[in-house]
Design a protein around this ligand. Structure first.
Ligand code: TXA
Ligand code: MG
Length: 318
């Protein structure tokens, strides 16, 4: 599987592969995506195969600009317009009424489409070179840790992609925030844009419908490393055997663990989020018995990280 540094030559090559129905991994400002032309269902089908992703879980469509957006959505409610004007290009995904042109496979048969206008220069160059919207989920196997580096993509999906564009580590390190606009704005997934910043524009967000399937990918078991992960505060729990375990916290470090990692010595949540998946990948690679993660205060990006951690812990029933 070729991994190429992202430059004008490799981006042109990627665009050519995509036009022929290929699947290409590329960096965005959130995590790496695994892309295919959204209007080419045979290519999109390969994304599901490579990720081993169930077909009921719809994909995010990436657009370069308003012209591309207008091919993907049927309408733009006023609350969506406000959010798009404020946060695009950037790590916000809006769930909007789909246009007829978007294949059912992309949206898992829903009448809505998740769409986002990325800011990453490589993602934008690729969209400009293909001239067409790209359907792209995160470039990891279904249910596993999201990739924030080209190396994570290569390790996870191996040879399956036709090309991996290496643009270095991603800026935010967490997936986009997903908001559905159906009458009112509803939060489907906390992510790289703080909920507080979104609510400052459109008012209080409704909670995602009790059904996990309103954002089908938001299954209770997700984002999991191979190593059992539990959310537990090492400060307050008794010293269970730590010698074969790793600890992870935003600012604290703990005695007795095989390794204890902090995400930001200064307690900066942006820095912590940017290193979040990357550090989990590193700890997972140590193949220890357990990863103990200290719960994170749930405001701002802390909410998005806790969302991922709960799903990871649930995978192990921990
Ligand atoms: O930052 C991101 O959003 C990254 C980059 C690559 O853009 N993409 C990403 O995609 O995280 P993925 O597939 O891993 O997560 C997309 C989520 C899934 O939970 C999916 O169920 C939900 O978006 N989704 C997609 N279309 C939807 C729709 N029409 N209605 C509700 N949820 C939808
Ligand atoms: Mg994902």
């Amino acid at each position: 599987m070729p991994v190429l540094p992202a430059d004008s030559g490799s981006v042109a090559r990627a665009a050519e592969l995509l036009r022929r129905g290929g699947v290409v991994a590329f960096p965005t400002e959130t995590v790496y995506g695994l892309g295919a032309l959204a209007f080419m269902p045979e290519a999109v089908a390969r994304i599901f195969e490579i990720k081993r992703r169930p077909h009921f879980d719809p994909l995010i469509v990436h657009v370069l600009d308003e012209t591309m957006l207008s091919r993907v959505v049927a309408s733009i409610p006023s609350a969506a317009r406000l959010l798009a004007d404020r946060f695009w290009p950037g790590p916000l995904t809006l769930v909007l009424p789909k246009s007829d042109e978007v294949p059912e496979l992309v949206t898992a048969g829903l009448s809505t489409v998740a769409v986002r206008m990325p800011s990453h220069p490589v993602a934008r160059a690729l969209l400009a070179a293909t001239g067409a919207p790209l359907a792209a989920p995160s470039a990891n196997l279904f249910g596993s840790l999201s990739p924030t580096r080209a190396e994570h993509v290569a390790a996870g999906i191996g040879d399956a992609a036709d090309l991996i564009l290496d643009g270095g580590p991603t800026e935010h390190g967490l997936e986009s925030t997903i908001v559905a606009i159906e009458g009112t704005a509803e939060l489907l997934r906390p992510g790289a844009i703080e909920i507080e910043a979104i609510e400052a524009i459109v008012g209080p967000l409704g909670a995602a419908g009790a059904s996990a399937y309103s954002a089908p990918g938001m299954l209770p078991h997700h984002y999991a490393p191979a190593t059992p992960l539990r959310l537990i505060d090492p400060v307050t729990v008794p010293m269970l055997d730590r010698s074969r375990a790793a600890a992870l916290a935003v600012r604290d470090q703990f005695e007795g663990y095989a390794v204890s990692r902090r995400l930001s010595a200064g307690g900066d949540l942006r820095e912590a989020a940017a290193r979040f998946f990357e550090t989990l990948h590193e700890l997972d690679a140590l193949a220890l018995e357990r990863i103990d993660v200290q719960p994170i205060a749930e405001s701002g990006l802390g909410q998005a990280m806790m969302d991922r951690l709960r799903r990871a812990a649930a995978t192990f029933g921990l």
